[in-house]
Each structure stands twice: as C-alpha cells, then as structure tokens.
Ligand binder design. Structure first.
Ligand code: UD1
Length: 425
C-alpha cells in the first residue's frame, strides 16, 4: 500500500490549479446511461472514483472513450446488464447513482445495497422511497436492491426527502427526467453539483427547473439525447488548498475555482484570521493574516452552510489556532476518525458524540499515521505540512479516490512530500 512521506514546516507559495469536481463528475457520468447517444464530459478529474465509475458504465455495456485525460465520451447504446455489483458498490458508494438512470430508461435496475462505510451507516432508504413514489416496486434480495417500473416506465409524482440527500436528489432527478408527467422534489439538496447535473440533463433534453433550490420540478420527456458539458471545479479541493496555504503560513493563488460555491467555508476561514481575496470569478488569493489564527466554532450542515467534507481539514487548522474551537458534525455519525491521528501528532482534541473540542495552539510533530477516509486523509496531509519533522501517512488510497495528483500539486508550491510505493515481495 502506498504511503506519503511529508517533511513539514515549509510555507506553501505559488499557484495551484483546481481540478473538476469529483462529486459532480460521478452523477454526470451516470446520467449518460439515460441515453443511447454520446455524452461528452470535459474537466473530469483523473481520480480513482472516476475510474471506478467508468468501469461500472463499461461493465453495463457502455463504451467510454477518453480522447484526452480529462474528457470522457460515453455512449450507452448497448446496455445489456442493469446491475451495479457489490464489488463496485463496496469500493464506491456513488455507484448507487446508476439506479435512477437504469430504472428510468430500462424499467429495471439491481444495485447492491451499500454496507456500512468508515464514516457511518449511510443508507439509501430515501432514494428508494422516492422511487416508490414514482411508481417503482422495490425489493431486497440477497443484499441487492431490485427496482422495477410498472410497464417499464416511471410516473412523475410529488416527492419529499425527510433528510436532505445529495445523491438521493440526483438519483431522483435523473429518474424523473424520463418519467411520464411532472415530478416535484421537495426538501431537495442544494449543492452546486446538483445544479451542474441539472444543467447537463437539460442539455440532453430534460426539462428541469429549480435545481439549486430546495424545490425542483422535472417535467418528464420521452427521450434524452447527446450533450457536451464542462464539469464545475471541485469546491472541496479548493477549500483544502485554502487551508493548506493558511496552516503553513504561505501565500497561494488558487486558479480555476468558483469562490461562490464555497462561501460558507471562505467566511468561516476569514473569521479565523485567514486572508482570502477573490480575484475575479475563478481565482482566490490566500494568505495567513497577522497575528495568526483564532479558534472559531463550526457546525456542518447541508449546502449552502459549512460542508461536512471540509470538517476534517478545518479541524487540522484549528489545532494551529489560539483558543478553543467546538466542531459539531451533523451529517455523518462517525466522522471524527482523523481526530485520534491528529492527537498522535500532538493535537489536543476531545470527542464527545458528534462534538469535537479542539484546543490550540498546539505544536504538531511528525508521526506515523493512518488515513481512514478521503477527507480524513486530507486533514492528515494538512497537519503533516504544518508539523515539525517527518510524517508517514499510510493507506493513501483513500486520498487517491478524490484528489487529483495531490503530490505533484503540493510539491509545485513548495511542499516536501513524496509518495512511497510499496512493492509486494
Ligand atoms: C454526498 C457526497 C459526499 C458528502 C455528502 C454530504 C457524493 C458522491 N458524495 O454523499 O461527499 O459528504 O453528500 O454532503 O456526492 N441518508 C439517509 N438515507 C438516504 C440517504 C442519506 O439516511 O437514503 C443520510 C446519510 O446517512 C447522511 C445524510 O443523509 O447522514 C446525508 O447524506 P447524503 O447527502 O445522501 O450523502 P451522499 O449523497 O451519500
């Protein structure tokens, strides 16, 4: 298993370019299953999760061409299998995004039920309830969810999510695009990735309005067709690099980002003393202000509030701020696994239920640590960049799922980081 060796204490300086959003590219690839014509996606990040999603589409019978590293041309003309198998769903939960498109276009789909994952149980009951509202029959057989549409087609309906769900909203939006009649999604997720997917679907011929608000309306159409679309920049990668600049006391310009997609993060980091200047619509300049960082409390909430996907990185930053920060995680029940690793590096963090109390500023010292999930890995990289001495981070396959060429990007702005590839004997 690959590891990262990081020698910390060096301020990062320079320019970094943000990749396409993983969480937008994943549903957009799944959306290509809704048509037999070619869907071309640009700015697709070259990360492990997208390679897995591509494999899923190919296993189902789609042809996926990558004429350039960040472009994917998907033609799902000959789909013969309607199933996302356990081997794929267990490595990447987003494979459940195949369910909506398969059910809508072919009237049937089988997706292995995602089990527990490192950050909690993460059920898909709300996706399934909404499909039932659209007329599907849903059953569970040997760990697989089997969904069928009566007479092969779903019927539009009024749907309500008891809890805001990002992939749930995306799944239903895709399914409803080919349903008969009007679907309303109430208490829909409002993430920028939802808007991006709706934009692609509308280019394919769907009739969706209200994406980005908590009420989305979808007027079902008979067919969807070819489209070309550029994926939005990754707001979580952007936030991670803002913290990287701040935690090392550097000055970094972040290019190809969309500051408007991470306003809550930018505001919170400004409160802690990080200087963030937006330069036009797609650039940010970050500098750690004088006299240093102040602790500020944060609670994770659905968009547009502070994202759970930035909680771990924020915790790393708070170890370097003066005072006490209370961090409350409201989205996932087990998302503090980075805390014990940060403590091994010298942080003072107490966990009680869904609340973490971080006392700063503590001196961080390099140590061997273990990455447990994607964003937890990012927080360990950030802490290691600020720490004195060497940190060896194990299980970095988690970070490869969602951060494109992170070693190259960090090295280019002055980090001392290398990947150690272990050859099996
Ligand atoms: C997406 C993101 C992930 C992010 C999360 C929250 C993708 C591919 N992943 O995950 O990076 O951390 O949003 O912003 O976009 N829930 C249920 N039943 C359901 C669905 C969800 O109880 O059927 C619960 C979850 O357990 C969780 C909460 O709802 O507590 C939010 O989950 P959800 O928004 O669905 O997360 P994902 O879409 O899986």
């Amino acid at each position: 298993m690959d590891k990262f060796l990081i020698r910390g204490g060096k301020p990062l300086n320079g320019t970094v370019k943000i990749s396409g959003a993983k969480n937008s590219a994943l549903p957009c690839l799944a959306a290509a299953l809704l048509t037999g014509e070619t869907v071309t996606l640009h700015n697709v990040p070259y990360v492990k999760d997208l390679i897995t999603q591509r494999r899923l589409l190919e296993d189902l019978g789609a042809t996926v061409l990558t004429p350039e590293l960040h472009t994917q041309k998907i033609k799902a003309a000959n789909i013969e299998i309607y199933e996302a198998p356990y081997e794929l769903v267990k490595t990447m939960r987003a494979s459940v995004l195949a369910l909506g498109p398969l059910l809508a276009r072919f009237g049937q789909a089988k997706v292995s039920l995602p089990g527990g994952c490192a950050i909690g149980t993460r059920p898909i009951d709300l996706h399934l309830k909404a499909f039932e509202r659209l007329g599907a029959t849903v059953s569970l057989e040997a760990g697989d969810v089997i969904a069928r549409a009566p007479k092969g087609r779903l019927t539009g309906a009024d749907t309500f999510f008891e809890k805001v769900s990002v992939t749930g909203t995306e799944n239903v939006m895709m399914a409803a695009s080919l349903a008969r009649g009007l679907t309303t999604i109430r208490n829909a997720a409002r993430e920028p990735e939802i808007e991006d997917l709706a934009e692609l679907l509308n280019k394919m011929g769907a009739k969706i309005s209200g994406a980005g608000t908590s009420e989305i309306e979808i007027e079902g159409v008979e067919d969807l067709g070819a489209a070309e679309h550029v994926i939005i920049p990754d707001r979580i990668e952007t936030g991670t690099f803002i913290v990287a600049a701040a935690i090392t006391g550097g000055e970094v310009e972040i290019e190809n980002c969309q500051p408007k997609h991470l306003q809550a993060v930018i505001e919170k980091l400004r409160e802690t003393g990080v200087e963030i200047e937006t330069r036009g619509a797609d650039k940010i300049f970050v500098k750690r202000g004088d006299p240093g960082l102040r602790s500020k409390d944060v609670t994770t909430e659905p968009h547009p509030l502070f994202p759970t996907d930035m909680q771990a990185q924020y915790m790393a930053l708070m170890t370097q701020a003066e005072g006490t920060a209370t961090i409350v995680e409201t989205i996932f029940e087990n998302r503090f696994m980075h805390a014990s690793e940060l403590v091994r590096m010298g942080a003072d963090i107490q966990i009680s239920g869904n609340t973490a109390i971080v006392k700063g500023k503590t001196k961080l010292t390099g140590a061997p640590v273990l990455a447990s999930d994607l964003r937890a890995s990012a927080s360990l990289v950030l802490a290691a960049l600020a720490a004195e001495g060497e940190t060896l981070i194990d299980r970095v396959y988690h970070i490869d799922r969602g951060y494109e060429t992170i070693v190259k990007k960090l090295s280019a702005i002055g980090a001392d980081i290398e990947r150690i590839t272990e050859n099996l004997k």
